[in-house]
Design a protein around this ligand. Sequence first.
Ligand code: PEP
Ligand code: MG
Length: 756
Amino acid sequence: MPLSAAASAREILVRLHDVMAGRSPAQAKLNQVVQIIGEAIGSEVCSVYLLRDGVLELFATRGLAEAAVHVTKLSVGEGLVGIIARDMEVLNLDEAAVHPDFVYRPETGEDRFHSFAGVPVVRRERAVGVLAVQHSEPRRYADVEIEALQTVAMVLSELIANAGLIDSGAAADRPQPTQATRLAGQKLVDGMGAGYAVFHQPRIVVEHTVAEDTEAERRRVYAAFDRMREQIDRMTREAEFGVGGEHEEVLQTYKMFAYDEGWQRRINEAIDSGLTAEAAIERVQQRTRQRMRQIDDPLLADRMHDLEDLANRLLRIVSGQMGTAAQLGLKRDTVLIARNLGPAELLEYDRRRLKGVILEEGSLTAHVTIVARAMGVPVLGRVRDVRRQVADGDLLLLDVAEGAVFVRPSAAMDEAFDAKLRARQERRAALARLRDFPPVTKDGHRVALMMNAGLRDDVSALDMTGADGIGLFRTEFQFLVSATLPQRERQQRLYREVMDGAGDRPVVFRTLDIGGDKALPYLDVEAGDEENPAMGWRALRLALERDGLMKAQARALLEAAAGRTLRVMFPMVSEPWEFEEARNLFERQREWLAARGRRLPAEVRYGAMLEVPALAEQLDVLLPRIQFLSIGTNDLTQFLFAADRANPKLAERYDWLSPSILRFLGRVAAQARAADVPVTVCGEMGGRPLEAMALMGVGIDRLSITPAAVGPLKAMIRSLDRSALVECVTRLLAAPGRSIRQQLGDWAAAQGVELA
Ligand code: PEP
Ligand code: MG
């Protein structure tokens, strides 16, 4: 009996090393392998089953009848060998025949043997074969022997992959034998997309398993641990500033594991057994996975995710493959999978090949979601376990409207998806044809349809949709996607390019809306630990106090708009004096530039955003001072209802079509109209046809919406009789129920209004 797992495995690996290095054909090598293992473990039978054409086939044996080789075949899930492959679990039995899954194959002559132990041979996290030993004595195999078998199974996986003994499809590149699955998640950015799974942080496939020089491997692992710890420490420092995709709790767990001596020791022991650094890390990980599977505890399962991330990071460091999938480049249509992403990380991907994103975490208001919406990339969030259920290269059909992704789709899923996608595309094409038709109601009322933007590339959507201009340019996007504070010149260049792209069409630049949850790492502002960041030190509140930033932005905007009309609006104005101060700040910059002989805008028009309900009570003071008003319903409605817009528990509770919201908006619109100040709605609400119709019903006829909504809204507007609508909405709001959604929808259907 060997003294330890390491000694036992090393003895076998030393002998296997020579076999692997030899020039004999793969089959001969396998025959030698089963001899070596059987002898070393003192087992009468040692057999290797490999997956070929989806079936486990006996490829080599010492101890079973030779005639059974390439004859005995078991499906995945059939017999002991089949369940080891299916469940990727070890079996260790003193009496194999009493196991309920035991099947007897007479051609093997295995009835003489009682004890049985088998381990899966794994490649790319899929079982590609089974290594089994049997003995005539009814005895259980010792833990060290099982350990040795598992180590040897890793080497076998390398041997059979190199020799092409299994079809590579069994590993990853071709459709998996695994079943089609539907995974559910939260709708973050609507859309449909088909592509192959790519992990944002690519998984490493261990290519070499047997070490040439154990000490060299040990040094590699030590160096990798040092580097990984440095990285985690840096990420933790950055997280304190609120950047990066990772949450602080996750980083705490990373840190705990990264400094865990036990983990490093176990990897060291695996290296002692003769494995390379990569194989040792993977071996320890396999063992941990197996232990965790036996413990059914959701908290531990979360921890396991963290450890998987870290083990993958360690593997990537040790093998020198640190790039993300973006840096490696997307080679075909892709659905990206990540635990979480930062907005800058998402922007690194090739937009033409990125068909969708699936996040294990993610939320509606996360920056990455806002950026993905701007990029037109569908996103499904909170898909639990996606990284375990999906393998690299799996075909994925993402249908966010359904809140689902279909993994390795069946023919029926494929067909249904295609039909839906075609219908969607046809509808989009029909809507695109509306591009050159103005948004005029049947009774001749012209609505202004503007779009929301934030990235340079968004501007091209103006031509594609035929929108009237950009009603909300979120200038903080440039700041959010930058690693460093964008200097004035960079800001100015962006603003100029956006105005150039828009040509004659107006662009409304919103000054920075940062702070609170939109913290910038490079910006030294101490908001403290705000309990309610949405109601905290953000937007104009921050900008007026730390005015250096706003001054730089003002100059950038004023210079970029030289000779043109500049439209500026301020976010989160709560009282009129805040607007006044902000405008004064801009005006002083204008004077400063004028004194230096710089070219200035032909005209500057100032507007305020109405997002804080209190401002509505001072419209009489505000309206005479502003040239336009823009209602940010995302923030406004959360404040009106005191219901956090990011809280999923409240998402369905209050309706945008509630009488309170519509009455409120109607009053503001009437007051603005009386003061001759144009009023626009620029929140997400305006991008939904039924909601947009309701807004028109309360007198709003300027909307700024996501580009994808321009077509559907035009269709709605062009099929609508506005005066009938106003009459209907007025009547519904006079004696309302909880929401007017149902009645308004019924009215639209009866009137033949096109609602997508
Ligand atoms: C809003 O609050 O409605 C708005 C348009 O601004 P943001 O979504 O950027 O907060
Ligand atoms: Mg807002």
